[in-house]
Design a protein around this ligand. Structure first.
Ligand code: DMJ
Length: 603
């Protein structure tokens, strides 16, 4: 179905001149060094204003220069901004904030999330039924896991790099890890449903409220595996990964005959309540976590599920490299709309190596950005214009996130141009004295009194990473840190970071630091044994040649040369539990992981 882009007459748009801002030295591409500084300045303008006017509230209100709690009163913006500080190179502030959080954040409270703000945030879950929107106070949305648990986990894993004095046992223990675990435990009661799919909200003190709506959006069910598997690996408690996997499986089993999932499901009955299938609001991070979970856990099953969905999505929802909304059972178009939240999709496609499709879709979305100087929440594709009541741009990161991934994959300067346009228009339209304000309407640039925490967690971070090719996050395995854990020596910081859906980077190698996977352990033990036997043989050989005696092959149980000997040694070492390894369960390939792609070392 081809679409014509109709650009309406009298459009109030921000069409930036081709080289608005500082060009590169050759006069063509934007200069990364210039834009790095601009992005840093943006960050500190917003961050300082949050600290000055809003902390300890969750968010800054940039028009009234004060703060408000939107998510449960645990200084969400500060938690969300923490790893951005390190990515920007501010080690001392990272250290200070870690102290502040330890002293101030408490999850053992009757959380009072405001009805109004919870409603607004509910926009991420499109088509949320009205009764679910009327969420009472004192509740904690499970969407918070992304920011709170993810932010704390990421900061925990980065804290040594940031010069924080870590406790003995790190990264398998530490104050930020304990906080993340405590927050995640508060969510577990939500998973106690007949289907294993969680409720959307839970009270931090009392668990799921009686009478809680059982209708949860798909993303609210399928966006746990990255944080929860990391938590399970670090703490040794499998419960987190288990509940996340069950929820993922139940969604998979609930797909329609044509392979699509809807938008909201009843977690008690397993019946779809909203049957719109698409890649955006209400579903988005489910697909994202299948791919990222697959990469993080090297899990072929998760990837296979995503690839099946990908086929159905292409067959039924893709038109001219746009993605529409369709009825999940019939595949008929229900909404010919592009949503700002969908702009993560090209980035996700790049993670599975589908660069050409990713670029084409990215360029479609970029035309919308150019048309308005931002992405409206909804964009009617056939009409080429905004949708009523969805004209705002709350400074979301998704298109910039895709540009960052695609630039890593292609080096195409068009992607830097999007970054340049984003810096220029965000500064021009949304910068106010006390931070950056949500754009209520991209047609007239009216502002809203809100700066969502994802602006510092995601938008600014992805912009900076787009312009900073040598950032430690982009490490390709050429450097790494060796740390001693209770389980032996372990490699961290080699790259291949997996960003959770709130842009908090998780070091995939960390998942192998705190538990021993028997098979991997044996493999490495075998290698070590072989290595030492070779070494010993070599020195014997050297001694023998020096004494000119005849060389004999080594023998004995400590030098396994046949598969049988390997097995015997394996059994023996399993019984004796000898800590032979420098890095017990670290697959070598993870040292070579780069932005989600794992390169096998063939040397
Ligand atoms: C973020 O809160 C998360 O990335 C979420 O999954 C969807 N998008 C918003 C920011 O737009």
């Amino acid at each position: 179905m081809p679409f014509r882009l109709l650009v309406p007459f009298g459009l109030l748009c921000v069409l930036l001149p081709p080289h608005h801002g500082a060009p590169g030295p050759d006069g063509t591409a934007p200069d990364p060094a210039h834009y790095r500084e601009r992005v840093k300045a943006m960050f500190y303008h917003a961050y300082d204003s949050y600290l000055e006017n809003a902390f300890p509230y969750d968010e800054l209100r940039p028009l009234t220069c004060d703060g408000h709690d939107t998510w449960g009163s645990f200084s969400l913006t500060l938690i969300d901004a923490l790893d951005t500080l390190l990515i920007l190179g501010n080690v001392s502030e990272f250290q200070r904030v870690v102290e502040v959080l330890q002293d101030n954040v408490d999850f053992d409270i009757d959380v009072n999330a405001s009805v109004f703000e919870t409603n607004i945030r509910g926009e991420d879950c499109l088509l949320r039924p009205l009764e679910e929107s009327k969420i009472r106070g004192m509740q904690f949305s499970l969407q918070n896991t992304k920011g709170v648990v993810g932010g704390l986990l990421s900061a925990h894993l980065l804290s040594k790099k940031a010069g924080v004095e870590v406790e003995a046992g790190w990264p398998c223990s530490g104050p930020l890890l304990r906080m993340a675990e405590e927050a995640a435990r508060k969510l577990l009661p939500a998973f106690q449903t007949p289907t294993g799919m969680p409720y959307g909200t839970v009270n931090l003190l009392h668990g799921v409220n009686p009478g809680e709506t059982p209708v949860t959006c798909t993303a609210g069910i399928g966006t746990f595996i990255v944080e929860f598997a990391t938590l399970s690996s670090l703490t040794g408690d499998p419960v987190f990964e288990e509940v996340a996997r069950v929820a993922l499986m139940r969604l998979w089993e609930s797909r329609s005959d044509i392979g699509l999932v809807g938008n909201h499901i009843d977690v008690l009955t397993g019946k779809w309540v909203a049957q719109d299938a698409g890649i955006g609001a209400g579903v988005d991070s489910y697909f994202e976590y299948l791919v990222k979970g697959a990469i993080l856990l090297q899990d072929k099953k998760l990837m296979a599920m995503f690839l099946e969905y990908n086929k159905a999505i292409r067959n039924y929802t893709r038109f001219d490299d746009w993605y529409l909304w369709v009825q999940m059972y019939k595949g008929t178009v229900s909404m010919p709309v592009f949503q700002s939240l969908e702009a993560y999709w090209p980035g996700l496609q790049s993670l599975i190596g589908d660069i050409d499709n990713a670029m084409r879709t990215f360029l479609n979305y970029y035309t919308v950005w150019k048309q308005f100087g931002g992405l409206p929440e909804f964009y009617n594709i056939p009409q080429g214009y905004t949708v009523e009541k969805r004209e705002g741009y709350p400074l979301r990161p998704e298109l910039i996130e895709s540009a960052m991934y695609l630039y890593r994959a292609t080096g195409d300067p068009t992607l830097l141009e999007l970054g340049r346009d984003a810096v220029e228009s965000i500064e021009k339209i949304s910068k106010v004295e006390c931070g950056f304000a949500t754009i209520k309407d991209l047609r007239d640039h009216k502002l809203d009194n809100r700066m969502e925490s994802f602006f510092l967690a995601e938008t600014v971070k992805y912009l900076y990473l787009l312009f900073d090719p040598t950032n430690f996050i982009h490490n390709n395995g050429s450097t790494f840190d060796a740390v001693i854990t209770p389980y032996g020596e372990c490699i961290l910081g080699a790259g291949g970071y997996i960003f959770n859906t709130e842009a908090h980077p998780i070091d995939p190698a960390a998942l192998h630091c705190c538990r021993r996977l028997k098979e991997e352990q044996w493999e490495v033990e075998d290698l070590m044994r072989e290595f030492y036997s070779l070494k010993r043989n070599r020195s014997r050989f050297q001694k023998k040649t020096m004494s000119s005696g005849p060389w004999e092959p080594p023998a004995g149980p400590e030098t396994p040369s046949s598969p049988e000997n390997h097995d015997q040694a394996r059994e023996k070492s399993a019984k004796q539990k000898i800590p032979l390894l420098s890095c017990p369960s670290q697959p070598f390939t993870s040292k070579l992981a780069l932005l989600g792609q794992v390169f096998l070392d063939s040397s």
